[in-house]
Design a protein around this ligand. Sequence first.
Ligand code: NAD
Length: 489
Amino acid sequence: MDLHSTPKTTIVIFGATGDLAKRKLFPSIFNLYQAGKLSEEFAVVGLARREWSNFTLREVVNESISSANDDLIEKFCKHFYYLPFDVTRNDSYINLDKLLKEVEDVYGIPGNRIFYMSTSPEFFGTIASNLKAHQLTETKGWTRLIIEKPFGRDAASAEQLNNEISQAFSEDEIYRIDHYLGKDMVQNIEVIRFANSIFEPLWNNHYISNVQITLSETLGVEDRGGYYDTSGAMRDMVQNHVLQLVSLLAMDPPIRLTPEEVRHEKIKVLRALKPVATDNASEYFVRGQYIPGIMNDQEVPGYRSEESVSPKSITETFVAGKLQIENHRWTGVPFYIRTGKRLESKTTKVIIEFKNMPLNLYFNGEKDTSNLLSINIQPVEGITLLLNGKKEGTSGEAVPVQLDYNNKNDDISSTPEAYERLIYNCLLGDATNFAHSDEVLLSWKYVDPILKAWQSDKVEIAEYESGTMGPKASDDLLAKDGNHWWPVN
Ligand code: NAD
């Protein structure tokens, strides 16, 4: 991240008493402040229903930060203001207008405002139209909107939400958060691809056999069962994070690194995705649900016994799929994706499997000889390349050798967290790592027919034991093509 100090700004957080604000937003803003990336003239206005005071909010902010520098924390917390707020009430917006003008006076902020929607998605539209109605977006500076996922629950609702927020904000003022796009290694995908002449010539269907993307979690639904049961892995992970990764991996090189050019290339990939029809969704997509199992020597419950989950739920906690991109570069190369909860390991990893040599001189036909490029996103960050070399002491036997470039743990702890990076980008007006409305809509249009097939229990929901890498049907999906999942641990 370049070290630019940000413009004088007020950040308005709707839902300041919530989980996201406390766990991610306050610590991220503090880290920017501590690193000298935030202008001294900034204010944060927290809004939520609770009758808190500035003092209560400052205490909560203080608790959310881990730093030994108490003086700095105290100085930082003084920039926080709280207003009890109901998103549906006019007087709330009138009070907000007054408070914003006051804090802008205190810090000499020229009307630059970020409105951060960290509240239940059902309120996003209401907030946007009220901001417009009360002229809170009409200032002498700039105004921007940061909006959290989920962005709709299908193409129709996403389009409606877009229409609502675009009454108050233009597309270039809207920053749709996909926190995967804030991760260092995700941003590194473009650098690896476009700054190394050894990869780009091979990055196509002449040399790549298949691409495998795994986003696995060990946790179950924890205390989010109520929300998750209405969402599922397709909406929670595939429509946004997985498809964003697919588009970064498959896009053509942009002519410039501007938000418009990068998004243009990503959108072309999403447009080239071969649609999956509702009738044959099962041929390309597998859904699964976790049942009890042993993890870390402890028995864990199945999904249907989790708190706030229906005992008859058919919500998927696992998805595996085969995506096809129909363009010159990718036709014939399957992009296999899988994501799920209560899996064996917490990993985000992309594996590019290259085609084998046409004539195999060194292996006896039983061993895998494929060259693999792994892009490790978490928990380890870096890349690994699997090559073949001569086995020492033999006359001509080959063995796989691994080249690693992975960040050590101490490097990772000093790399900025995704939210920190994204808030910083928004303060600087750089929308490259946020999702454009076209990307969101195209992604929904791709997953909608599959979700439609899964609305009833007629399509099998494959059970998988907690602590495994998903149902057998996920392995079968690749086996049909003569492929298999490469280990991710
Ligand atoms: P939360 O339920 O913990 O907090 C919601 C906040 O909205 C609270 O501050 C609450 O007071 C406020 N609120 C509710 N009704 C209101 C009203 N009528 N007027 C004013 N304020 C009202 O939710 P959260 O986990 O912080 O999530 C916030 C948003 O971020 C959601 O859209 C969620 O989907 C998204 N998100 C959360 C996480 C996470 O890790 N928590 C991750 C990704 C996305």
